[in-house]
Design a protein around this ligand. Sequence first.
Ligand SMILES: Cc1cc2nc3c(=O)[nH]c(=O)nc-3n(C[C@H](O)[C@H](O)[C@H](O)COP(=O)(O)O)c2cc1C
Length: 178
Amino acid sequence: MTPTGAVRTFGAEQIIVSKTDLQGRITYANDVFVEVSGYTEVELLGQPHSLIRHPDMPRAVFQALWDTVAAGREIFAYVDNLAADGAHYWVLAHVTPSFGPGGRITGYHSNRRCPEPAAIRAVSGLYAQLREAEQQHGTGRAAVEAGSALLRQVLADRGQTYDQFVWQVISEAQGAAA
Ligand SMILES: Cc1cc2nc3c(=O)[nH]c(=O)nc-3n(C[C@H](O)[C@H](O)[C@H](O)COP(=O)(O)O)c2cc1C
Protein backbone atom coordinates (compact mmCIF):
# COMPACT_ATOMS: atom_id res chain seq x y z
CA MET A 1 0.00 0.00 0.00
CA THR A 2 1.42 3.38 -1.02
CA PRO A 3 0.79 6.26 1.42
CA THR A 4 -1.48 8.95 -0.06
CA GLY A 5 -0.55 11.53 2.58
CA ALA A 6 -4.18 11.73 3.76
CA VAL A 7 -4.36 12.04 7.54
CA ARG A 8 -6.90 10.10 9.63
CA THR A 9 -7.73 10.72 13.26
CA PHE A 10 -10.16 9.03 15.64
CA GLY A 11 -12.15 10.10 18.68
CA ALA A 12 -10.65 10.79 22.09
CA GLU A 13 -13.13 8.26 23.49
CA GLN A 14 -12.09 5.53 21.03
CA ILE A 15 -9.43 2.91 21.73
CA ILE A 16 -7.89 0.75 19.01
CA VAL A 17 -7.21 -2.70 20.45
CA SER A 18 -5.36 -5.68 19.01
CA LYS A 19 -3.76 -8.82 20.34
CA THR A 20 -1.02 -10.85 18.71
CA ASP A 21 0.68 -14.20 19.10
CA LEU A 22 4.36 -14.42 20.01
CA GLN A 23 5.38 -13.67 16.41
CA GLY A 24 3.24 -10.55 16.14
CA ARG A 25 0.45 -12.12 14.07
CA ILE A 26 -2.93 -10.50 14.81
CA THR A 27 -5.24 -12.75 16.86
CA TYR A 28 -7.82 -10.11 17.88
CA ALA A 29 -8.94 -6.77 16.45
CA ASN A 30 -11.70 -4.64 17.94
CA ASP A 31 -14.29 -2.69 15.93
CA VAL A 32 -12.36 0.57 16.26
CA PHE A 33 -9.26 -1.07 14.74
CA VAL A 34 -11.38 -2.34 11.84
CA GLU A 35 -12.98 1.08 11.34
CA VAL A 36 -9.79 3.16 11.51
CA SER A 37 -7.51 0.78 9.57
CA GLY A 38 -10.04 0.26 6.79
CA TYR A 39 -9.38 -3.51 6.76
CA THR A 40 -12.09 -6.06 7.54
CA GLU A 41 -11.68 -8.29 10.58
CA VAL A 42 -11.09 -11.24 8.24
CA GLU A 43 -8.31 -9.35 6.45
CA LEU A 44 -6.61 -8.52 9.77
CA LEU A 45 -6.79 -11.82 11.66
CA GLY A 46 -3.75 -14.03 11.15
CA GLN A 47 -1.76 -11.28 9.42
CA PRO A 48 1.57 -9.98 10.78
CA HIS A 49 1.03 -6.64 12.55
CA SER A 50 3.45 -5.11 10.04
CA LEU A 51 0.44 -5.18 7.63
CA ILE A 52 -0.27 -1.62 8.80
CA ARG A 53 3.39 -0.55 8.99
CA HIS A 54 4.01 2.92 7.60
CA PRO A 55 7.22 3.06 5.52
CA ASP A 56 8.26 6.29 7.29
CA MET A 57 8.37 4.63 10.72
CA PRO A 58 11.94 4.17 11.98
CA ARG A 59 12.93 0.55 12.55
CA ALA A 60 14.59 1.49 15.86
CA VAL A 61 11.18 2.17 17.42
CA PHE A 62 9.91 -1.33 16.58
CA GLN A 63 13.19 -2.79 17.82
CA ALA A 64 12.69 -1.00 21.17
CA LEU A 65 9.07 -2.19 21.24
CA TRP A 66 9.99 -5.85 20.68
CA ASP A 67 13.01 -5.78 23.03
CA THR A 68 10.79 -4.40 25.78
CA VAL A 69 7.74 -6.66 25.46
CA ALA A 70 9.79 -9.81 24.78
CA ALA A 71 11.61 -9.06 28.06
CA GLY A 72 8.20 -9.07 29.81
CA ARG A 73 7.81 -5.31 30.22
CA GLU A 74 5.27 -2.80 28.88
CA ILE A 75 6.03 0.12 26.59
CA PHE A 76 4.30 3.32 25.49
CA ALA A 77 5.23 4.31 21.95
CA TYR A 78 4.12 6.72 19.26
CA VAL A 79 3.48 4.87 16.01
CA ASP A 80 2.36 6.13 12.61
CA ASN A 81 0.19 3.53 10.86
CA LEU A 82 -0.99 3.03 7.31
CA ALA A 83 -4.68 2.33 6.56
CA ALA A 84 -5.95 0.13 3.74
CA ASP A 85 -6.72 3.17 1.56
CA GLY A 86 -3.24 4.73 2.01
CA ALA A 87 -4.25 7.27 4.68
CA HIS A 88 -2.07 7.38 7.77
CA TYR A 89 -3.02 7.66 11.42
CA TRP A 90 -0.80 8.29 14.44
CA VAL A 91 -1.42 6.38 17.64
CA LEU A 92 -0.05 6.44 21.16
CA ALA A 93 0.27 2.72 21.79
CA HIS A 94 0.52 0.92 25.11
CA VAL A 95 1.90 -2.54 24.33
CA THR A 96 2.07 -5.26 26.98
CA PRO A 97 2.91 -8.94 27.14
CA SER A 98 0.15 -11.36 28.20
CA PHE A 99 1.26 -13.98 30.68
CA GLY A 100 0.11 -17.59 31.05
CA PRO A 101 0.71 -20.22 33.72
CA GLY A 102 4.20 -20.08 35.19
CA GLY A 103 4.72 -16.51 34.03
CA ARG A 104 5.29 -17.59 30.42
CA ILE A 105 4.55 -14.93 27.76
CA THR A 106 1.64 -16.20 25.66
CA GLY A 107 1.15 -13.21 23.36
CA TYR A 108 0.99 -9.43 23.21
CA HIS A 109 -1.71 -6.81 23.58
CA SER A 110 -1.88 -3.22 22.36
CA ASN A 111 -4.28 -0.38 23.30
CA ARG A 112 -4.00 2.80 21.27
CA ARG A 113 -5.37 6.29 21.66
CA CYS A 114 -5.30 9.22 19.26
CA PRO A 115 -2.36 11.47 20.24
CA GLU A 116 -2.47 15.26 20.64
CA PRO A 117 -1.23 17.11 17.51
CA ALA A 118 1.55 18.70 19.62
CA ALA A 119 2.81 15.22 20.57
CA ILE A 120 2.96 14.17 16.93
CA ARG A 121 4.97 17.30 16.12
CA ALA A 122 7.35 16.60 19.02
CA VAL A 123 7.94 13.00 17.97
CA SER A 124 8.13 13.61 14.20
CA GLY A 125 11.46 15.43 14.51
CA LEU A 126 13.12 12.56 16.36
CA TYR A 127 11.61 9.99 14.00
CA ALA A 128 12.88 11.89 10.94
CA GLN A 129 16.40 11.89 12.44
CA LEU A 130 16.21 8.13 13.11
CA ARG A 131 14.87 7.43 9.63
CA GLU A 132 17.66 9.43 8.05
CA ALA A 133 20.32 7.52 10.02
CA GLU A 134 18.69 4.22 9.03
CA GLN A 135 18.36 5.11 5.35
CA GLN A 136 22.12 5.48 5.08
CA HIS A 137 22.33 1.75 5.81
CA GLY A 138 19.65 0.31 3.51
CA THR A 139 16.93 -1.76 5.14
CA GLY A 140 18.77 -4.59 6.89
CA ARG A 141 20.29 -5.23 10.30
CA ALA A 142 22.79 -2.35 9.92
CA ALA A 143 19.90 0.11 9.46
CA VAL A 144 18.20 -1.00 12.69
CA GLU A 145 21.50 -0.81 14.54
CA ALA A 146 22.24 2.71 13.24
CA GLY A 147 18.75 3.90 14.24
CA SER A 148 18.92 2.19 17.64
CA ALA A 149 22.37 3.68 18.34
CA LEU A 150 21.11 7.18 17.49
CA LEU A 151 18.00 6.66 19.64
CA ARG A 152 20.19 5.59 22.58
CA GLN A 153 22.42 8.63 22.05
CA VAL A 154 19.51 11.11 21.83
CA LEU A 155 17.97 9.64 24.98
CA ALA A 156 21.33 9.63 26.82
CA ASP A 157 21.78 13.31 25.88
CA ARG A 158 18.35 14.01 27.36
CA GLY A 159 19.11 11.86 30.39
CA GLN A 160 15.94 9.87 29.72
CA THR A 161 14.72 6.38 28.94
CA TYR A 162 12.38 6.02 25.93
CA ASP A 163 9.49 5.73 28.41
CA GLN A 164 10.45 8.95 30.19
CA PHE A 165 10.75 10.69 26.81
CA VAL A 166 7.25 9.52 25.82
CA TRP A 167 5.77 10.62 29.16
CA GLN A 168 7.34 14.04 28.81
CA VAL A 169 5.87 14.38 25.30
CA ILE A 170 2.45 13.27 26.61
CA SER A 171 2.42 15.77 29.46
CA GLU A 172 3.76 18.67 27.39
CA ALA A 173 1.20 17.97 24.65
CA GLN A 174 -1.59 17.87 27.24
CA GLY A 175 -0.36 21.17 28.60
CA ALA A 176 -0.38 22.65 25.07
CA ALA A 177 -3.95 21.41 24.49
CA ALA A 178 -5.29 22.66 27.84
C1 LIG B 1 0.92 -6.14 20.24
C2 LIG B 1 1.68 -5.54 19.08
C3 LIG B 1 1.15 -4.46 18.40
C4 LIG B 1 1.82 -3.89 17.31
N1 LIG B 1 1.25 -2.84 16.68
C5 LIG B 1 1.85 -2.33 15.58
C6 LIG B 1 1.24 -1.26 14.87
O1 LIG B 1 0.19 -0.73 15.24
N2 LIG B 1 1.86 -0.82 13.74
C7 LIG B 1 3.06 -1.35 13.31
O2 LIG B 1 3.56 -0.92 12.26
N3 LIG B 1 3.66 -2.34 14.00
C8 LIG B 1 3.08 -2.82 15.11
N4 LIG B 1 3.71 -3.83 15.80
C9 LIG B 1 5.07 -4.22 15.40
C10 LIG B 1 5.08 -5.18 14.22
O3 LIG B 1 4.96 -6.49 14.72
C11 LIG B 1 6.41 -5.07 13.40
O4 LIG B 1 7.50 -5.28 14.26
C12 LIG B 1 6.58 -3.69 12.75
O5 LIG B 1 5.46 -3.36 11.98
C13 LIG B 1 7.84 -3.64 11.87
O6 LIG B 1 7.71 -4.53 10.84
P1 LIG B 1 8.97 -5.05 10.02
O7 LIG B 1 9.93 -5.59 11.02
O8 LIG B 1 8.41 -6.09 9.10
O9 LIG B 1 9.52 -3.84 9.33
C14 LIG B 1 3.07 -4.41 16.89
C15 LIG B 1 3.61 -5.51 17.58
C16 LIG B 1 2.95 -6.05 18.67
C17 LIG B 1 3.56 -7.21 19.42
